[in-house]
Design a binder for this molecule. Structure first.
Ligand code: SF4
Length: 735
């Protein structure tokens, strides 16, 4: 900004996983503009969200004082709350009163019904430090591993397949490595809308001659730059990908040396794909056999072929199988462990990678150390000084089911603490999810706006927006990046780290402090005996030194992964890639060069077969509903719909259909239709988009007034426990 400003503060864009570095320009205690900084992921570029999506922080609907639900006010959406309106359901309270009630009731439920009665949802919109502290509170204070966040709704299946196959859930190559690829295979992703700056690197690569293959039931903008577009029938990923693998094997294009030295279980894969010839799969997936063969050949013979994928791959009951096929494809062709190749699940939220790394997941401590691994369990008991539960906790959707379990169920969830997540908009089958939230005996929600979830709370705690905090976030490229505080929170709103500690202090540990015998030598990994942890005093300072102390404790808990990334280094460099083992390690942009972090150092190939969607269209519900996002709005819309420019660009919910389907139904763009599934319905304007396949409707889930997830199906992938957001059956009714 050329305008006169009072100060400029360096931070990170709060929206997508690309992780663009930004500078906030602040005048009179308000952000007046945002500039792109020369970060490793963005080189000065920003998309419309990063550039204009900042004034939500100054919105008059910000929560500025703690709220307590008035007695007797029903928890329902009867007269659907308008954003910012709490219709007299709550009264204002002091922090002391609100915290005493919030923590006191959680403590009561824990002490009366046991540790399994509580659960916590953290946030991929918070910092690594907030994620770390939140999961520490759940594990040590609630006393169970019932902690999760929206990664469950996002790439949980991709991560399940990656951990099983290559031993690490993070990307193998960074987005800007497309510069070194000959072939860029984009599947189940609309990068122009959802990872816009990353999409510009893909387009640049296409300009210098790289071949983009877009494989997606929806033909989106990146298709204009594609060498081949595979508009496969929704839900047929495994059929199409197995046909590619079949071709590679049948036509003698396997990288024999790579498979011999670096993979296991190839025979089983070869056997399995025998039945998946392109000719047999063409009628199933809708792509001509010759096109499938041509793409398979180009992929196998490219000097570097790189796979980037999004929720279109992961959000299916067969999401893990879809990702297994992608792992197999790069392995049989030797397209991993070198520049311009590999596997890149594009992370959605700005910190979904970091929140997962920090342990905000029910089956793993920080850095993916399993809670049921004896050595890891012993290490963390010693580190935190409290006995810990050694059984994995429940995941997001399971927690909603457990909230509705009968009273006799010893694992019935009765109380929850939700920080910065909005499951009353983002969960599948919202009528069920909202009912589950409403039936909790005690719900504490910490957020910056009166979200649909906060509407169902007993206590609402006003938190800080990203520009009001210092903290680190980790992007899709495994870069840990530092954002600095640019503003003070409004009114009595407080930093999230402070609120978590206030709850923790009032609840106390779930069991008395204990001095364990130190774990066996073998259990004390990498960094040796823990030391310097704050233990359970919950006494981190309120200023930047407190954030740094949490970060440094997390760095110990994560062992080797980020051991070379000190707080001082982040202050100097802003962004450092991990794995990073020492202060002078520049970080490793490409991993798996020599081996895979699996038990035997090899990729484990896992064959996959076709499993149909849980709910297929039929005569009564003939259309397929595909949900997702659009460029201007972020997830449940709580921030971007309160950003003036973004709201002006896309003010209302729309359902995209192609011209043929509009004609067949006698509809014109702009008409209002009712979309109805077996679970719920919305009224919505139709929009023409000929990239939407015949027989399908695409709806973004950002709009509370036409909440797409009222209709979605909560059926889960058995491995990643991710719901099938990308496929359910709906009716399209006029008017
Ligand atoms: Fe922000 Fe993502 Fe846009 Fe970059 S590409 S400005 S990180 S939303």
């Amino acid at each position: 900004g050329s305008q006169q400003v009072d100060r400029q503060v360096d931070s990170v864009c709060p929206f997508c996983g690309v992780g663009c570095l930004i500078t906030y320009n602040v005048k009179d205690e308000k952000i007046v503009s945002v500039d792109g900084r020369d970060g490793p992921a963005n080189h000065g570029r920003l998309c419309v969200k990063g550039r204009f999506g900042f004034d939500y922080a100054h919105h008059p609907q910000r929560l500025t004082v703690p709220l307590i639900r008035k007695p007797g006010v029903p928890k329902d959406f009867g007269d659907a709350p308008r954003p910012g309106d709490w219709g007299g359901a709550f009264r204002e309270a002091t922090w002391e009163e609100a915290l005493a009630l919030a923590a006191g009731k959680l403590k009561d439920l824990r002490d009366t019904h046991g540790s399994k009665a509580l659960a916590g949802f953290g946030s991929a919109k918070g910092s690594n430090e907030e994620a770390y502290l939140f999961q520490k509170l759940v594990r040590t204070g609630f006393g169970s591993n019932n902690v999760d966040h929206c990664t469950r709704l996002c790439h949980a299946s991709s991560v399940a397949a990656l951990l099983e196959g290559v031993g690490s859930g993070a990307v193998s190559n960074q987005v800007n490595d497309v510069e070194h690829a000959d072939l860029i295979f984009v599947i189940g992703s609309n990068p122009t809308a959802n990872h816009p700056v990353a999409a510009t690197w893909m387009k640049n690569a296409a300009k210098r001659g790289a071949k983009i293959v877009l494989a997606d039931p929806r033909v989106t903008d990146i298709g204009k730059h594609a060498w081949r577009t595979l508009q496969f029938k929704a839900d047929t990923d495994v059929a199409m990908l197995n046909a590619l693998i079949h071709t590679v094997i049948e036509e003698g294009l396997v990288d024999e040396a790579f498979v011999r030295e670096r993979a296991s279980n190839f025979e089983a894969l070869r056997e399995n794909v025998k039945g998946y010839s392109p000719e047999a799969m063409a009628p199933i997936c809708g792509i001509p056999a010759e096109t499938l063969r041509e793409v398979a050949r180009a992929f196998a013979t490219a000097k570097g072929a790189m796979v980037l994928w999004g929720m279109g791959v992961s959000q299916h009951v067969h999401g893990t199988d879809n990702a297994r096929c992608l792992i197999a494809l790069v392995t049989v062709t030797g397209q991993i462990g070198k520049p311009g190749s590999g596997l890149h699940p594009l992370r959605g939220q700005n910190n979904v990678q970091g929140a997962s790394d920090a342990g905000l997941i029910p089956m793993m401590f920080p850095n993916y150390q399993r809670v049921d691994d004896a050595a890891a369990h012993a290490w963390f008991e010693n580190f935190w000084g409290v006995p810990l539960d050694a059984t994995p906790g429940y995941t997001v959707v399971e927690i909603m089911h457990k909230a509705l379990a009968p009273d006799s169920d010893p694992h019935k969830i009765r109380g929850m603490y939700i920080m910065g997540e909005n499951p009353a908009m983002s969960d599948p089958d919202l009528n069920h999810a909202r009912h589950a939230l409403a039936s909790l005996e005690h719900l504490v929600v910490q957020d910056i706006f009166m979200t649909e979830t906060a509407w169902l709370a007993d206590v609402v705690l006003p938190a800080s927006a990203w520009p009001e905090k210092t903290g680190t976030v980790s992007n899709t490229d495994r870069m840990v990046q530092l954002g600095l505080r640019a503003l003070n929170p409004p009114g009595e709103a407080k930093p999230d780290l402070w609120i978590i500690q206030q709850i923790a202090r009032r609840m106390g540990p779930h069991a008395p402090h204990f001095v364990s015998s130190l774990p066996p030598e073998g259990a004390v990994r990498a960094l040796g005996r823990p030391g310097g942890a704050e233990g359970l005093d919950w006494n981190y300072q309120g200023d930047e030194s407190g954030v740094a102390a949490v970060y440094e404790e997390m760095r110990q808990a994560m062992h080797a992964a980020i051991s070379g990334i000190s707080w001082e280094r982040l202050q100097r460099e802003s962004s450092v890639t991990y794995p990073c083992l020492s202060e002078d390690d520049p970080g490793q942009p490409i991993v798996f060069v020599d081996d895979f972090p699996t038990a035997d150092g090899r990729v484990k190939l896992v064959p996959a077969d076709i499993i149909p969607a849980d709910e297929r269209p039929d005569a009564q519900y003939p259309f397929v509903l595909i949900t997702g996002r659009q460029l201007e709005h972020w997830h449940t819309g709580s921030m971007t719909r309160r950003a003036t420019v973004l709201d002006a660009l896309e003010p209302m919910a729309t359902a995209s259909m192609n011209q043929g389907d509009l004609d067949a139904l006698g509809l014109q763009a702009g008409d209002v239709v009712t979309l109805r599934s077996r679970r719920g319905e919305v009224a919505i304007h139709v929009r023409r988009d000929d990239g939407t396949p015949a027989g399908a409707v695409f709806v973004p889930f950002a709009y509370y007034e036409a909440a797409a997830n009222l209709m979605t199906n909560a059926a889960l992938d058995p491995f990643g426990k991710i719901p099938e957001f990308k496929y359910c059956a709906v009716q399209v009714l006029r008017g």
